[in-house]
Design a protein around this ligand. Structure first.
Ligand code: 9D3
Length: 244
């Protein structure tokens, strides 16, 4: 899968992508990320990308022409239209479901916002406008990285062990069960006996119960959309009885 990221801070995107799972996928060629400096698509001597808002008011707005030129360049290079995603606080909330839908695309362009936002005319070229949550960050670069990471790790071959993806808590609609590793005890802090028992049926059931108990405690809203098997529905009924 190929991503084009359009930004005025290329280093904010490039540096994180040198690391971790995405860095490895890029080295292998499973993932291709082209970071485009918006200033390269200006035509004036000072490479100006922003201007004052019509109607007045504080702050600056991203000029439309460099953005249109950047998108034209991408489409010319690819010889195909590209789906453009705009990151903005006004966007639809990004979710795992949206990540799954986007991961089926061969190519996406992500536009990173800055200043007070975009000239509204760029929205003519945009297929989705996404926010990563109800909090304010300084620009669209971190949100674009979040979206890129969540989408890319769903692309087959990006994450080394495919099971980590399919067993993801949010794919199943539940929070993760608690994890432990050696040593079995640190002072009075002990790993639950069941995990040391070697009884894999017991371990599986314990993990289901813990995941359900955590979800019920911390994120009961997730249980409405969760896909549960018979055993999980049974455990959930017990847990709910225990507390009411
Ligand atoms: C909503 C705040 N705006 C009020 C005048 C100003 C403003 C603040 C920060 C406009 C843009 C930004 C930069 N943020 C993003 O571009 C952004 C974002 C975010 O701040 N929160 C969650 N998701 C996103 S996606 C892009």
């Amino acid at each position: 899968m190929t991503f084009d990221i359009i930004t005025i801070f290329p280093a904010m995107i490039e540096e994180p992508l040198r690391n971790g799972i995405l860095g490895r996928a890029i080295d292998r060629g499973t993932l291709d990320v082209k970071v485009r400096d918006l200033r390269d698509f200006t035509t004036d001597r000072h490479r100006v990308v922003d201007d004052a808002p019509y109607g007045g008011g504080p702050g600056m707005v991203l000029k439309p022409e460099p953005i249109f030129r950047a998108l034209d360049a991408i489409e010319t290079e690819r010889r195909a239209p590209v789906s453009v995603i705009l990151t903005s606080p006004q966007g639809r909330r990004f979710t795992q479901t949206i990540a799954q839908q986007l991961s089926r695309e061969a190519h996406l362009a992500l536009l990173c916002g800055r200043y007070e936002g975009f000239d509204d005319r760029v929205r003519e070229r945009v297929s989705a406008e996404l926010s990563i949550g109800d909090f304010v960050v300084s620009g669209g670069e971190l949100p674009a990285l979040v979206i890129l990471d969540a989408v890319a790790r769903l692309v087959p071959g990006v994450v080394g062990d495919e099971r980590s993806v399919t067993e993801d808590s949010f794919s199943r609609g539940l929070l993760d069960f608690p994890q432990f590793t050696r040593p079995p005890e640190i002072g009075t802090l002990r790993v639950p006996d069941v995990l040391l028992s070697g009884n894999h049926a017991e371990i599986r059931r314990w993990r289901k119960r813990e995941a359900l108990a955590r979800t019920l405690e911390r994120r009961p809203d997730l249980l409405d959309g969760a896909v549960l098997d018979d055993e999980e529905r049974e455990i959930l009924k017990e847990l709910r009885h225990g507390r009411h």
